[in-house]
Ligand binder design. Structure first.
Ligand code: CP
Ligand code: NVA
Length: 303
């Protein structure tokens, strides 16, 4: 592993190693307190963040490293100076770059022109750090196993759904993506995920019917309007209303757990009843962002 732009270039063994290292870091943080000693990591944000911002910052400090935060005041990368020059400069000071960007191409340019590992902390296509924290969470609640695990992503076919499909495919999970007509995930990413699932014993299916979630371990939601989308929430709500996760859907499907990457829009994609239920894994997922990301950083930087 040289970079972490998407999970799709990783093997099942590599992803399982990240999950197991994340669990070990969570259980024994002291063991890793000097893992990134003397290392500095630039964390760049073209879009807002709570979880990603804090979990990388605090996580890097817990590994003995130093996070340098570059916020949205700098505007989109490539505006003040080229992404090429940005990457060339940063590579002279820092040991890795973590970037949340509008366009996946920006991450590819950071890799192309920089000389340090690059981690994708969300782009238009993927949210791989989120998916690793999510599968770590599912692994934990299922007694440290993903064998036979199943998850139904219900909502917009977006970056979060893409990474859940790809990571689930590699990890051998049954991933069902349920969206309104016209809001399916990217067709090429779906084909890639299906191919990876066939190689690793997973299964990826698409549907427009929430009853397809019957029997899954967890129902997973994301916001219906992502950062940078120009759709009006009012219009989207009319189309997505039948896809809301509420108590009835949890009962009808028999799903034990509710997952969400957050921020959650309560009463829109999911009701309070579900968000605050005993089976809600939201805060465990949020905590695991830090552990999973630390495992990713150690995998990239401690060779
Ligand atoms: N889930 C997630 O990435 O949250 P933030 O946008 O707050 O970082
Ligand atoms: N799909 C959402 C995820 C937020 C963490 C977005 O891109 O805004």
């Amino acid at each position: 592993m040289q970079n972490f732009l998407s999970v799709k270039t990783c093997s099942k063994q590599e992803l399982m190693n990240i999950i197991k290292l994340a669990c070990d870091f969570k259980a024994n943080p002291g063991k890793y307190s000097q893992a990134l000693a003397g290392k500095s990591i630039a964390t760049i944000y073209e879009k807002p963040s709570l979880r990603t911002r804090v979990s990388f910052d605090v996580g890097i400090a817990k590994l003995g490293g130093h996070a340098v935060y570059l916020d949205q005041q700098n505007g989109a990368l490539g505006q003040r100076e080229s992404v090429k020059d940005f990457a060339l400069n940063l590579s002279r000071w820092v040991d890795a770059i973590v970037a949340r960007v509008f366009d996946h191409r920006t991450l590819e340019e950071l890799v192309e022109f920089g000389s340090v590992p690059v981690v994708n902390s969300l782009c238009n296509l993927y949210h791989p750090c989120q998916a690793m924290a999510d599968y770590q969470t599912l692994y934990e609640v299922r007694g440290n196993s993903l064998d036979g695990a199943s998850i139904a992503y219900i909502g917009d076919g977006n970056n979060v759904s893409h990474s859940l499909m790809l990571a689930g495919a590699i990890l051998g999970v049954d991933v069902r993506v349920i969206t309104p007509l016209g809001y399916s995930p990217d067709a090429q990413i779906y084909e890639e995920a299906k191919h990876l699932a066939a190689q690793n014993g997973g299964s990826i299916t698409l549907s427009h019917d929430v009853s397809h979630a019957k029997g899954v371990d967890a129902i997973y939601n994301d916001t219906w309007v992502s950062m940078g989308d120009s759709k009006s929430l009012e219009d989207i709500q009319k189309i997505f209303k039948p896809y809301q996760t509420n108590g009835k859907l949890m009962t009808d499907t028999g799903a034990k757990y509710f997952m969400h990457c957050q921020p959650v829009y309560r009463g829109i994609e999911a009701t309070d009843e579900v968000v605050d239920s005993e089976g809600s894994l939201l805060m465990q997922q949020a905590e695991n962002r830090m552990h999973a990301q630390n495992a990713i950083l150690m995998t990239l930087l401690c060779k």
